[in-house]
Design a protein around this ligand. Structure first.
Ligand code: GLU
Length: 471
């Protein structure tokens, strides 16, 4: 019987949702959706000192914005401590885990001696039970850590979805600490460690495919050994290469924004982020532009790249511009409302805003750029002195005055506005750009815009008349 596909994203809430984690979430989500499976959100918050509620809220909000909906969770590891301790209890009973009473000073001395001999520093197994082996006497008042009894011989092999077959020798792996010492004599088992919690969670949550960053490759053989010791079915693993910055280093703040939320406020659309992120490490033929639905129908776990992808801000802009144009105007207007609100401009997503979006969207890569354009409809404009002196010249002023007069009486439609402008240039012996530029500078605050009649039609007539008043 084939297993139901169940994937998860397991962020640590120590900061915002990083682009790399968002991409892993996207791959895991798309894989689950492709197979009609489940996608689970799990918050790995056992690093109490660094985990914050604010980060949890931000991560959940960013996932929601990207529309990566989860079927279960969020589960929180800190709420599952009793379960981890229960499993450790079973492992202590069946001998797959054991107590180690080495003090930190002893471990330091052990490593020092190994280094001095030219050996790789590792736990030497002094508290590891073996048939016929006498263990040291338990020191008075000492609180043990719990170690996993890793197999000594043989190898761990898995067929990675991304990297192909990987084999690690057990000789490379020492007996991992799976729980820290208890806080007091009554708490025998302290906080379990990352590698252990992940295993119990993946087991309990019946995760079938673990897709994650390749910084976890070294953890995988340890996790597989623990899963085997528990008699658990193994998930399929897929380790996705890092995202690199344009200079080839790991993508970081140094290269610009790395938090998903920052891209939202910078005017990127969730559909575009998904499209762009999906292509960082995955391909479907030559397809560069696609929808969420296409991604889901194509994402079958094949064609995941072995080599790292590089962040390309210009390409993201291109992808965003495409999705921006493809959105229905009323949906685009909804995005614009949020971006305008961030700069103190209150607008509603009505049909008029939709028409404004339609007029300017071809010139914009982001909704922030779109807001830059639309601001002239909702806030005062301040033409520069240079634009005024270049375009609002004495030669044009008489034409502006008669145009303004005509604007008071015509029907406020694009054809009527266009006809009025043509009349004025003919009457005053001007060329179209001369008058159109002057009107643009005064009404729009800038000399370049789409067709002036289309731009003016979307203003209330009174605003245009007020801005064309030139004394
Ligand atoms: N909490 C881990 C991280 O943020 C994820 C571990 C995993 O996916 O197994 O890197």
């Amino acid at each position: 019987m084939t297993r139901k596909v169940r994937t998860r994203i397991a962020p640590s809430p120590t900061g915002f949702l990083h682009l790399g984690t968002a991409r892993t979430a996207l791959f895991s989500w798309a894989y689950a959706r492709h197979h009609g499976g489940d996608f689970i959100l799990r918050v790995e918050d056992t690093d109490e000192a660094r985990s914050t509620q604010e980060a949890v809220d931000q991560i959940i909000a960013a996932m929601k914005w990207l529309n990566l909906d989860h079927d279960e969770g969020p589960y929180f590891q800190m709420q599952r401590l009793a379960r981890y301790r229960e499993v450790i209890g079973h492992m202590l009973n069946d001998g797959t885990a054991y107590r180690c009473y080495c003090t930190p000073a002893e471990l330091d001395a052990m490593r020092e001696a190994q280094r001095a001999r030219g050996d790789k520093p590792r736990y030497d197994g002094r508290w590891r039970p073996e048939p016929g082996k006498a263990l040291p006497a338990i020191p008075e008042g000492a609180r043990p850590v719990i170690r996993f009894r890793n197999p000594i011989d043989g190898t761990v092999t898995w067929d990675d979805m991304v990297k192909g077959s990987i084999t690690i020798s057990n000789a490379e792996l020492d007996d991992l600490v799976i729980a820290r010492p208890g806080a007091d004599a009554d708490t025998l088992i302290g906080t379990p460690t990352y590698n252990f919690c992940v295993v119990v969670d993946d087991w309990d949550m019946q995760i079938s495919h673990v897709i994650r960053g390749d910084d976890h490759v070294n953890n995988t053989p340890r996790q597989i050994n623990i899963l085997r010791a528990l008699g658990a079915e193994l998930p399929v693993y897929g380790h996705v290469p890092m995202i690199l910055g344009p200079d080839g280093d790991k993508l970081s703040k140094r290269h610009g924004a790395v938090s998903v939320t920052e891209y939202e406020s910078a005017g990127y659309l969730p559909e575009a982020m998904l499209n762009y992120l999906a292509r960082l490490g995955w391909s479907h033929g030559d397809d560069e532009l696609f929808s969420r639905e296409q991604l889901v129908s194509w994402f079958d776990g094949q064609h995941l790249a072995k080599s790292p992808a590089q962040w390309d801000a210009a390409k993201l802009n291109w992808v965003n511009a495409h999705h921006l144009k493809a959105l229905p105007d009323e949906v685009l207007a909804g995005h614009v409302v949020a971006r305008c609100a961030e700069r103190g401009i209150k607008v509603v997503a009505d049909a008029q805003l939709g028409r404004m979006c339609a007029l300017f969207k071809d010139r914009c890569a982001t909704t922030v750029e779109l807001c830059d354009w639309l601001a002239m409809y909702f806030a005062d404009v301040a033409p520069s002195d240079a634009d005024r002196s270049t375009h609002v010249t004495d030669a044009v002023r008489p034409a502006l005055l008669s145009l303004r007069d005509r604007f008071t009486e015509i029907e406020w439609t694009k054809p009527a506005i266009s006809a009025a402008i043509k009349e004025a240039i003919t009457a005053h012996g001007l060329k179209m750009p001369q008058l159109a530029h002057a009107v643009r500078v005064l009404v729009c605050g800038r000399a370049q815009t789409p067709s002036i009649d289309a731009v003016l039609e979307l203003f209330p007539r009174d605003t245009v008349l007020a801005r064309l008043k030139i004394g």
